[in-house]
Design a protein around this ligand. Structure first.
Ligand code: LLP
Length: 455
């Protein structure tokens, strides 16, 4: 923990500290106590840190957009991690909640988030998901295709409802950390493209016109999400300009000036010591100035804006606590290569290294060590050699079975993408705040797994 936890350059949440005996505490609770009370592996969320990040996004965007005379809403993207408590925290901090499925919608509603502070996404929403969203009175459903616009209209008219709809467009901007998480280039499944032949409307324009014409639907906005783990502002600004141009073109053709533009999520987090995350103040200013300039050029007033950060709010607020089970030094051609440190979880609680080649950091957190640091690889307990938690990290040479190891920045897309591969129960999620710890999501048990098996 060479940098101050919570500060730029540190992957640790603000509540993490090394205490007098050399062990680590999170928000005043020692990791040894967490391990004894709740078992390992364990996802640990630092509530104050998460709330702080939610607030900084909201305040940074509100301030920057106020400078150009526009309003902005921050939707927390629940796909990164959603539980009832987390939905309440972000709601308390003035954020709305973006859901991508009926499951996420149900959690947001169970948390008491008002329907009009919830959005529903998804490129293939089921009829049940659409019905649940309409019944809950969600503030917006983001339509992803022409087929879906027809489906939404049918559901709305059957229910006698007027459904607020945004149209998701793909702007051709390709940004983000990995091909699988970049979403606005053309050759992928999401949204309606802005690209078109000279003599034809773009799918995006066709979608907007379809919503305007569809019974039961009210066009409330245009949506663009360009990717995830983005560390430079340029892509957001280019995409926003293209969306504003589309909005101006629609106004010219129909007289309808769409009220809101959503610029999606994707704000990058820092995963390794020394890495610099996207700064909300800087990005908010750059986007606000970019859209202001674009609106002037187009001669249209600015719409209301919204954004949907997930990772950057919950990722750095979380860590995973593991217990070391075995240690295997590997030598090749007579030379030491690295130590393989096996922990009691792995690709079932964090699939990101296997799926995206994502890099993480790890430290021994149950004690201090004055041993020399050696190259190490942290691996899981699953039956494949790609079951890697941390590819390359320096750990003390005396790391041994029974040591507690923590991997920071696992709050996003850790538990939410967890599986029960090899029938390993998924870890609990615990929140810590002011010296108190409580379970947000309990650990799966073998009995849970057996209960699903009908024999
Ligand atoms: N809005 C939309 C429409 C999205 O598709 C996403 C992420 C977000 C917001 C939130 O993006 P964030 O701010 O969290 O980057 N499983 C991958 C990330 C997939 C993101 C999918 N969409 C990962 O672990 O990196």
């Amino acid at each position: 923990m060479s940098e101050q936890p919570g500060a730029v350059g540190s992957p640790w949440s603000a509540g993490v500290e090394r205490v007098a005996d050399g062990s680590v505490a999170v928000a005043g609770v020692r990791v040894a106590e967490l391990a004894v009370r709740f078992g390992t592996p364990l996802y640990v969320l630092d509530e104050a840190d998460l709330r702080g990040r939610a607030r900084s996004y909201r305040e940074a965007f509100e301030a920057a957009f106020a400078q150009v005379g526009a309003e902005v809403d921050v939707y927390y993207a629940g796909k990164a991690f959603l539980s009832i408590a987390v939905a309440r925290w972000v709601h308390d901090e003035g954020l709305a909640v973006d859901t991508a499925t009926g499951g996420e919608l149900a959690v947001a509603l169970a948390a008491g988030v008002p329907g009009d502070r919830i959005g529903l996404h998804g490129n293939n929403k089921s009829d049940d998901e659409i019905a649940a969203a309409i019944d809950a009175g969600v503030g917006r459903i983001v339509a992803d295709s022409l087929v879906e616009i027809a489906r939404l209209s049918a559901a709305a008219t059957t229910r006698g409802a007027e459904v607020p709809v945004m149209v998701r467009v793909t702007t051709g901007v390709h940004a983000g950390g990995h091909e699988h998480i970049a979403t606005a280039h053309e050759d992928q499944k999401f949204g309606l493209s802005l690209a078109h032949d000279d003599d034809a409307d773009s799918p995006a324009m066709t979608g907007l016109l379809a919503v305007l014409a569809a019974p039961g639907l009210r066009l409330v906005g245009i949506h663009s999400h360009i990717g995830s783990q983005i560390l430079e502002p340029d892509g957001f600004v280019v995409a926003a300009r293209r969306v504003l141009a589309l909005r101006a073109e629609l106004a010219e053709r129909t007289g309808v000036l769409v009220d809101e533009v959503d610029l999606g999520g994707g704000y990058g987090a820092a995963y390794l010591p020394g890495e610099v995350p996207l700064d909300p103040d800087r990005i908010a200013k750059e986007i606000a100035q970019g859209v202001d300039a674009a609106a002037h050029e187009l001669g249209t007033p600015l719409p209301r804006f919204s954004i949907e950060p997930g990772r950057s709010i919950v990722g750095p607020a979380g860590l995973t606590l593991y217990t070391v089970g075995t240690v295997k030094p590997v030598r090749l051609d007579g030379g030491f290569v690295r130590t393989y440190v096996s922990v009691d979880g792995g690709m079932s609680d964090n699939i990101r290294p296997a799926l995206y080649g994502a890099r993480y950091h790890a430290e021994v957190v149950g004690r201090s060590s004055s041993a020399a640091m050696v190259p190490a690889r942290v691996v899981g307990k699953h039956c494949e050699s790609g079951d890697i938690v941390v590819h390359d990290v320096a750990l003390p040479a005396d790391v041994a079975a029974g040591d507690l190891l923590a991997v920071p920045v696992t709050g996003a897309y850790g538990r939410s993408m967890a599986s029960t591969y090899n029938l390993v129960p998924r870890p609990a999620v615990v929140a810590v705040r002011d010296g108190q710890a409580r379970v947000l999501v309990r650990r799966d048990t073998i009995a849970d797994l057996l209960a699903l098996d009908q024999g």
